[in-house]
Design a protein around this ligand. Structure first.
Ligand SMILES: NC(=O)c1ccc[n+]([C@@H]2O[C@H](COP(=O)([O-])OP(=O)(O)OC[C@H]3O[C@@H](n4cnc5c(N)ncnc54)[C@H](O)[C@@H]3O)[C@@H](O)[C@H]2O)c1
Length: 349
């Protein structure tokens, strides 16, 4: 299959690109190379005959038309987005423009390409979204997000992703574009940009800096190793039912405080520090405005219909992640100087 991946120089997109190439797919990686991108994430496939990079912005319809015409993909996996909730609080404009307008431009460019090709039934537009569109859950562990949970986004980021999900469904219902959607929980793993919780904790711990926990640390997230997410995404683009959405999650609910303590315990074992535990660096800071209390995914549909299951436990995945950061200091050092990294963002509201 020839897959046009948008956002393939980011965290999850690059995992998709690496896995797709490893499985023999042709990949066109379309990315604007924003502050969150890093071409080193795809260095391992850069010389592959199966891989092409296209530097373009998804808001640029002329560029999209050129790329669709040049490569004639069989499928689109649309991951390009502004993805950091804290940045969406300080500057929602980029999120509206990329996540909503950019998705609209992608849909129109894909529809024009699909029409030109004779509306092939096998074409897919796979929109990659988040569980954050469903809002915030109560603590009751029996209540989880299903594909039928009503949308209730509460941050500029999740609202922009919700809007893009609605556009994708509308392009299917109105124009017949063969779409599939996925909504995934929090990812972690190698190549995670050093402004997100897991890398912030690992890198601050190593630097002897405070480990910031928003509020009282009781917010619950459902953590999934990024390579298991990439595997699920390739399964959905190949075998998912047209017009359907699939929730993806690892059944690994942890409070933020539990997650941070788990990372500290791994670091204590792998890189012991003199005199005490990394957990001594934990510091509680002002909460994020509108901080959702709990996300939890019911992944029964993708498990039952497509036979997907995660390959690693959260304990294994976190240890692999910590080891990766210990072994790849040049990668993260190069990104730490980028705009806003290391600053507390999203507290203006
Ligand atoms: N990170 C998570 O835990 C998570 C969970 C569920 C869903 N998602 C979704 O998965 C997708 C990827 O997330 P991520 O964490 O890898 O994001 P990321 O911020 O690491 O990467 C985003 C990529 O998109 C590119 N991009 C941004 N604006 C662009 C534009 N206008 N044109 C072209 N490229 C552009 C960036 O350069 C970057 O390479 C997003 O759609 C996000 O909403 C993320």
């Amino acid at each position: 299959m020839k897959i046009l991946v948008t956002g393939g120089a980011g965290f999850i997109g690059s995992a998709v690109v690496r896995l797709a190439v490893a499985r023999g797919h042709h990949v066109v990686n379309l990315d604007a190379l924003t502050y969150a991108a890093c071409l080193d994430n795809v260095a391992s496939v850069a010389d592959s005959p199966l891989y092409v990079f296209e530097h373009a912005d998804i808001r640029d319809r002329a560029a999209l038309d050129r790329i669709f015409a040049a490569h004639r993909p069989d499928a689109v996996m649309h991951l390009a987005a502004e993805s950091h909730v804290d940045r969406s609080i300080d500057g929602p404009g980029d999120f509206i423009e990329t996540n909503i307008t950019g998705t609209y431009q992608m849909l129109e460019a894909a529809r024009a390409h699909w029409t030109r090709e004779g509306r092939p039934a096998g074409f897919r537009f796979h929109h990659i979204s988040t569980d954050e569109v469903f809002g915030s859950l109560p603590p009751d562990p029996s209540v989880k997000f299903t594909e039928d949970t009503p949308y209730d986004p509460r941050s500029p980021y999740s609202a922009s992703k919700a809007a893009s999900d609605h556009l994708v469904r509308a392009w299917h219902e109105t124009y017949g574009l063969p779409v599939v959607l996925t909504n995934c929980s929090n990812n972690y793993g190698p190549f995670h940009f050093p402004e997100k919780l897991v890398p912030v904790i690992i890198l601050n711990a190593l630097a002897g800096k405070p480990l910031p926990i928003y509020g009282d640390g009781t917010n619950i997230r459902d953590w999934l190793f990024v390579e298991d997410h990439a595997d699920a995404l390739l399964l959905v683009v190949e075998k998912g039912q047209v017009g359907r959405s699939y929730n993806i999650g690892g059944d690994n609910e942890r409070t933020n405080l539990e997650l941070v303590r788990a990372l500290c315990a791994i670091l204590d074992r792998l890189r012991p520090k003199a005199g005490g535990s990394y957990a001594d660096q934990i510091t509680f800071v002002t909460d994020r405005p509108g901080h959702d209390a709990r996300y939890a995914i019911d992944a029964a549909r993708i498990r039952a219909e497509l036979g997907w299951q995660p390959s690693v436990t959260v304990e294994e995945g976190l240890e692999r992640t910590v080891r990766w950061y210990l072994d790849n200091a040049p990668w993260w050092r190069a990104l730490q100087g980028r705009r806003g990294v290391g600053e507390r963002l999203g507290v203006k509201a």
